[in-house]
Design a protein around this ligand. Structure first.
Ligand SMILES: Nc1ncnc2c1ncn2[C@@H]1O[C@H](COP(=O)(O)OP(=O)(O)OP(=O)(O)O)[C@@H](O)[C@H]1O
Ligand SMILES: [Mg+2]
Length: 220
């Protein structure tokens, strides 16, 4: 988590091996990954889903199947697994639909199913819920939380939204100006910000205080 421009997306892309670093090193299970030349085998251990779903031309089924097709998984297994993941994300009814005619929420469900179907060792997510309207976001976050908990997939999740962080994560790193300034269990970080992270977190706390004072009843 961190303010706009803190370096969250940059760090996530470097960790997911989508971008090269100019300095530093990345370790995976204690081994240094050579900068810029990760093996295909290693890259395939990670999945990524971004704010924009970036779906390919074709049906929902084809989009979710792509990772397995690239791994030359037999067609019958692909069919079975795609059906399973469409069911998990509640998009079975969209199987044949052209991916370009989906709503934002539907497209993000396809995007997440496409990332999960290859059974990644680490799932990297960059603000996957931030472009969705509030009810769509809440429903998808809730479904996604259940799916990730059941699968046990280690997930690194970037967000600048305290509500999403609070709901979805158990450990938290806060970036400010290109550096991780604090990390630890989510609740502990939120309750005990340090001098570098408190200006950012205090803005959020103010927002919640203001929000909790708005109690005007709806006249419907
Ligand atoms: N390859 C790069 N080389 C140098 N600087 C970069 C590179 N990629 C991004 N930056 C810069 O690094 C800073 C952090 O960008 P980044 O997109 O990681 O921020 P962010 O925390 O994800 O912000 P937001 O919340 O707006 O998405 C920006 O000033 C950006 O212009
Ligand atoms: Mg970003």
């Amino acid at each position: 988590m961190g303010p706009n421009g803190a370096g969250k997306s940059t760090l996530l892309k470097v960790m997911a091996l989508l971008d090269r670093m100019s300095s530093g090193e990345i370790l995976y299970r204690g081994q240094v990954i050579p900068n810029g030349t990760p093996s295909l085998e290693l890259r395939r251990k990670f999945s990524v889903a971004l704010q924009q779903s970036l779906l390919l031309e074709g049906s929902v089924f084809q989009n979710i199947a792509i990772g397995l097709r690239l791994r030359k998984v037999p067609k019958s297994v692909i069919k079975e697994k795609v059906a399973l993941w469409m069911e998990q994300f509640q998009i079975s009814h969209l199987a044949k639909k052209n991916s370009h005619y989906l709503s934002g929420g539907e497209a993000q469900r396809v995007n997440l199913a496409r990332a999960m179907i290859v059974d990644p060792e680490i799932l990297f997510l960059d603000e996957p819920f931030s472009a969705l309207d509030f009810p769509t976001k809440i429903k998808l976050m809730d479904d996604f939380k259940g799916i990730v908990e059941r699968s046990g997939t280690t997930t690194a999740f970037v967000s600048h939204d305290l509500m999403e962080i609070n709901y979805l994560t158990n450990s938290l790193a806060i970036m400010v100006n290109g550096e991780v300034k604090q990390h630890g269990p989510t609740q502990r970080v939120l309750e005990h910000p340090n001098s570098a992270t408190s200006p950012f977190l205090n803005e959020w706390k103010k927002f919640y205080q203001v929000n909790s004072r708005i109690e005007k009843p709806l006249s419907m």
